[in-house]
Design a protein. Sequence first.
Length: 483
Amino acid sequence: MNLLDVTTLGQSALELPTTHDAVSLLVITQLAAPAATLVAIGVPAVLGRPLSERLTTWLVGAGFSIGLLAGLATLCVLSLRGFAPEAVHLGTWFSVGHHEATIDLVADGLSVPYVCFSTGLCALVNAFAGKYLHREPGFTRFFLLLALFGTGMNLMVLAGSIDVLFAGWEFLGISSTLLIGFFHDRTNAAKAAVRAFITYRICDVGLLTAGVMVHRAVGSGDFERLFSGAWPNGHCLVPATTATVISLLLVFAAMGKSAQVPFSNWLPMAMEGPTPSSAIFYGALSIHAGAYVLLRCESLLEAAPVARLLLVLIGVGTALHAAAVGRVQTDLKSMLAYASMTQAGIIFAEIGLGLRVVALVHIVSHAILRSLQILRSPSALHDRHELEAALGGHPGGGKSWLRDNLPPAAQAWLYRVSLERGFEEMAVMRLIVGPIWRLLQRIATAEQAWTVWLGGEKPALRVGGPPMFGRRIRSRAQSGGEE
């Protein structure tokens, strides 16, 4: 080896740590900027001295702007390196035996572009909300939740392990729930928030169980132990059976956050929140969170054809359902909610078909378009009313392929089904909620009977087991406890 080769190797050895350190600093900045904003406006609010509206808006906007600039800088550095993944290790949460939970972030061709557009949209919505919520009693509360959402979104997108991803996922869920119920003095807003929270918690079991399965399979939650290579051409490192189980659990988790059938009825109700939060959550970012998780784990889906087929069926079914139901809605926000649901279903189908880059482009373009539509919706309604007043009546509907080509009987049937939202609510209540509720009632009756037996009370003569205890307890309660 000559002197020139030694010099070249020495320069490379000096450049690589410098590049890694620069990327690490930029990645941490993308996460730390909105988190610092959350502290800056949250601490004065807790102390009873909230900041002024102008300062609050400026601080939140500055946090998102710094995160956006850091993301763009990271994107430039990665593009010069061919978008090779860059891992950022922030420490180990805990380690027990050969199991460990690490705090890792990753910058690659998926996470960095996603962070750039999500942070940019948050900055846009922040500027709109500053004027939209002027003198609103919950002004500071809204921007606290918006900063919490931005922090959780960046944490989920930059996550290098399923543990960190789950933390960001939960930040999205709690901020979404609280913003749906932002106008908590309204009954419908409170009910919508509870409905969304219940749906999230049910489907979050899938992501939590997937995390347990990942730790059981590889001893850690790190994605680099699940798959290798640069996105979107990664390679699965676990057996096909394990990949299938984890993929099915991730699909179940994504269905709730992205409002896929049969977990879709909460989305139109979620429009009870302020217009800015509706735009950023259910038109742009939160509704695509499930799709992002599936894109992040695309190597597992590649090794799990059953999960991919299920994903296509769910996506196509949701798209058809939402397209039909959305056509009969009478308010603009519900129409936009079902339009978002339709596109989310198509994105799920694209991921199931292996069109990863197409799905990413679809997410970004749909998020930008839909968020702007929702932000524009209040003034669009005003313009519509002015147009009707100028024309002296309703301007009339446009052409419809269904109306022009289907027979009247089929149109009437389709209209009734769409008006009832595909009978989804009834089916879920009868086939899922009803049986589970009856099972829980039986378990509660058996537990109550078991408690009575442990207390030493003499059981009544019965045939058929524990249910007689429940009837005995109810009869005693009705008679005032007297034998």
